[in-house]
Ligand binder design. Structure first.
Ligand code: PBG
Length: 326
């Protein structure tokens, strides 16, 4: 028997119950990582104008905020230091100074919340008077000379109890270098979440405001990737995997959903995506103007990053999402 009736995909959208049966992806709070910008000292919090709802804060206030997150099951965090200008120098020496406020914050978080997961940041820029992720000589960003500093920084963070070391610097060979340093010191259980495909992006603007870490000259195009390239991300992924990375990250997220999917199809390693500061700022600005429905857009953005293939989504929206889905 034949029929002239069209095939009707709409039948599977008829009711909420049917839609629930066929829904393919579901974001859960366990997939999210929430960032903090840490200030030295105590009891101080400073709003970041280009990131409404996000503040820099001292460790004590971070711990209080984390307690709220932990209660909702939001238990993974990524920490960045806000280093005063006068502590910055050409070799980023504060980054590997024992007992610096950043590693103290990591240790305090792990002490207060043993069940949390702390992801760190490894790169020179928050500590560098040049504002670059590597050492600078005569206007060049040095690769191999930067690695020992990254290694020292990573080791200090591992000693403080970090769960995942997060090299965001894009120097060649740094994942293997850091893995060797950690293993040699006995930190075989400390993982590496590598910023595998980190693009030279305009979307980092508000983050650089937050840290006052913008490069003092030039740009980051000799180490961060060209936004035009997808296959190059595969090459970076193969290297990071071979060097011992435990997670591969794509950053930013929204303009790079194809790269997330490419890596997801290529590797058995978990993929993380960083929904960065500029992506956050755009949503907040449009919502403030009443041009978009904030909550709906946030849910759709985080879901789409997850659907593209990122198990893990790092986002400034994470706490707000957790509150609304608690
Ligand atoms: C630098 C670093 C950056 C971000 C995380 N680590 C900025 C940059 O590369 O200049 C950006 C995060 C964001 O925009 O939310 N190591």
């Amino acid at each position: 028997m034949t029929t002239n009736q069209p095939i009707r995909p709409r039948r599977n959208r008829t009711t909420a119950a049917v839609r629930g049966l066929v829904r393919e992806t579901e974001l859960q709070v366990r997939h999210l990582i929430y960032p903090y910008f840490i200030l030295p000292g105590e009891n101080r919090s400073e709003p970041i104008p280009s990131m409404p709802g996000i503040a820099r804060m001292t460790t004590d206030l971070m711990l209080a905020d984390m307690a709220q997150c932990m209660e909702m099951g939001l238990c993974s965090f990524i920490l960045f230091p806000v280093v005063p200008e006068e502590w910055k120098d050409a070799t980023a020496s504060y980054s590997f100074q024992e007992g610096n406020f950043y590693v103290e914050a990591i240790a305090a978080a792990k002490k207060q919340f043993p069940g949390c997961c702390i992801v760190t940041d490894v790169a020179l820029d928050p500590y560098s008077s040049d504002g670059h992720d590597g050492l600078v000589r005569e206007g060049q960003i040095l690769n191999d000379e930067t690695l020992p500093i990254l290694g020292k920084m990573a080791l200090l963070q591992a000693q403080a109890g970090a769960d995942l070391i997060g090299p965001s610097d894009m120097m060649d060979g740094r994942v293997g270098y850091i893995r060797a340093v950690l293993d040699e010191a006995g930190f075989t259980n400390t993982g590496i979440m590598s910023y595998t495909a980190k693009y030279a992006s305009g979307f980092y603007g508000p983050f650089r405001d937050a840290l006052e870490s913008a490069p003092k000259f030039g740009d980051k195009k000799t180490y961060q990737m060209d936004p035009a390239n997808r296959l190059e991300a595969l090459r970076e992924a193969e290297l990071d995997e071979a060097e011992g990375a435990d997670f591969l990250m794509v950053k930013p997220a929204l303009s790079y959903l194809d790269v997330i999917r490419t890596l997801k199809d290529q590797t058995a390693l978990p993929i993380a995506a960083y929904n960065v500061s500029g992506e956050y700022a755009m949503v907040k600005a449009a919502a403030e103007k009443g041009w978009l429905d904030h909550n709906r857009i946030v849910d759709e953005i985080l879901l789409s990053i997850h659907r593209a293939g990122a198990e893990v989504v790092i986002s400034y929206h994470a706490k707000d999402w957790a509150i609304r889905h608690n």
